[in-house]
Design a protein around this ligand. Structure first.
Ligand SMILES: *Cc1c(COP(=O)(O)O)cnc(C)c1O
Length: 466
């Protein structure tokens, strides 16, 4: 068929709307969306007919099926759970910390309906959402006061803007970090309206460099945790204690951005020491900022702890309103903080800490249990073995620290790069995508953050169909 005959043969919108194939879609997506999609499909068909000399016109049923396919493709979730087998526990691109069970329950409980988020039940007057975490956080950190915003980048921006807008902020050249995803201290400084006063050299900064830089324009002394790098060799850094002493001597507030920030001594969990929020506050920092979803193991948030007078000013900044957290974050954060009140049980209940302190032996036994599952799924395609591996904390905590771990090593039998890529992509296209890391022609699945052998086994049944 061709030309006007063909155009006339195209079924009408109404005909397709009433055809039986389309009825379930009408129920699921509604009449308006279906009609719109039918119009689009028919318009494309009309174009095709107009531009060709010979054309088969599909019947109503096949047009309906095409409409359904388009609608369901667009309805597919783009945000889905994955298995993090990269060996990086706090993987920013994979959503960082896993929330503990109690936090998940609290989120559903609070998000389902109304709550007293900003309402004081005893007096019946308007409340402050920060009150839900204030007493927990002051108890845990020793700070006079606290507030919480959307993430730590927001916390840094808000503190700088409140404490030093239009003034100079002294920071060591060795601490001008860039965190992945375009968070750079000099740029945040500019956006917050502060003037960066770089001091010292990249590898060495001394007390005297602060003394020389401080003048009547100075609004803040800032120390930033060098989260994702380490300066080694001929180095010198001015300690939190010494910057705090300078801050008192010259009456300039001192802010410390801890980045990951932790409330526990990581050495108790077999990890290297990271300065805790408590230590930095008791060293004399006036304000400390840290993330909620890095080492703390909670929801995305930025926590600001410090002297009451400064926190009050920070809370009055109109930017605080723009950066505040929602009730779900509050609910989750409260539960996570409550776990810290009982350090003995913390490791059982907080997934982040459980993963970070998991022994190589324990991971190895998971790997051995999983090996046959992988072997049978990949028979004739790849060789599989259990190997030693190194995991990382991730998200800018102890960047050079390697945690001894175990991985499933998958090597394509033909050893080719294309076979490897095909495998990687097959694992990535599973119902629950499995994300590992490629290294020297092999795919590695580090098992530090995975304990459920059965879940992986069920997954791998789907691999055959790829
Ligand atoms: C991670 C990090 C930030 C940003 O924190 P987010 O919670 O990702 O916004 C800021 N400063 C330092 C030093 C960090 O490590």
């Amino acid at each position: 068929m061709a030309g006007s005959d063909a155009l006339r043969a195209i079924p009408s919108v109404d005909k397709i709307l009433s055809c039986s194939e389309l009825q379930p879609a009408l129920e699921e997506y509604g009449r308006a969306r279906c009609t719109e999609e039918i119009r689009k499909v028919l318009a494309a068909l009309r174009d095709a007919v107009t531009n060709s000399t010979e054309c088969d016109i599909p019947d109503s049923a096949s047009i309906a099926n095409q409409v359904i396919a388009e609608l369901s493709a667009r309805n597919e979730d783009t945000l889905v759970p994955v298995l993090n087998l990269t060996g990086t526990v706090l993987h920013t691109n994979l959503g960082r910390a896993y929330l503990p069970e109690k936090a998940l329950e609290a989120v559903t409980r609070i998000a389902r309906g109304a709550s007293n988020l900003e309402f004081q039940l005893d007096s019946g007057i308007r409340g402050d959402r920060d009150e839900h975490i204030a007493s927990l956080l002051t108890e845990l950190t020793g700070a006079e006061s606290v507030t919480v915003v959307n993430n730590n980048a927001a916390a840094v921006l808000l503190c700088l803007n409140t404490l030093a807008e239009g003034r100079e902020v002294c920071i060591s050249r060795g601490e001008l970090v860039e965190i992945g995803g375009s968070f750079r201290i000099p740029e945040v400084m500019a956006k917050s309206g502060c003037n960066l006063a770089e001091i010292g050299a990249t590898n060495r900064t001394h007390r005297d460099d602060y003394v020389k830089a401080i003048n009547e324009q100075t609004g803040l002394l800032l120390k930033v945790h060098t989260s994702n790098y380490e300066i080694r060799g001929f180095t010198n850094e001015v300690s939190y204690d010494d910057v705090a002493a300078l801050s008192r001597e010259y009456s300039v507030p001192f802010m410390a951005d801890l980045g990951s920030g932790t409330l526990v001594n990581l050495e108790d969990y077999g990890l290297a020491h990271e300065p805790t929020v408590q230590e930095v506050l008791s060293a004399g920092a006036d304000v400390v900022t840290f993330s909620g979803d890095k080492l703390l193991g909670g929801p995305q948030a930025g926590i600001i702890a410090g002297r009451k007078e400064l926190i009050d000013r920070i809370k009055q900044n109109p930017l605080k309103r723009a950066l505040r957290v929602d009730k779900m974050t509050m609910a989750a954060l409260t539960e996570v903080l409550k776990l810290y009140l009982n350090p003995e049980k913390l490791i059982e209940e907080l997934p982040t800490l459980a993963f970070l302190s998991r022994s190589r032996e324990d991971i190895a036994s998971t790997a051995e249990a999983m090996l046959p599952v992988f072997e049978s799924a990949l028979q004739g395609i790849a060789n599989v073995a259990v190997i030693d591996s190194q995991s990382q904390i991730g998200s800018g905590a102890l960047p050079l620290d390697q945690l001894p771990s175990c991985a499933i090593e998958i090597t394509p039998i033909d050893g080719s790069d294309s076979a490897l890529r095909k495998l990687v992509s097959a694992f990535r296209n599973l119902p629950t995508p499995m994300i590992g890391r490629m290294q020297d022609g092999r795919l590695l699945f580090d098992l530090r953050t995975v304990t459920n052998v059965d879940a992986v086994a069920t997954q791998l049944k789907n691999l055959g169909g790829q």
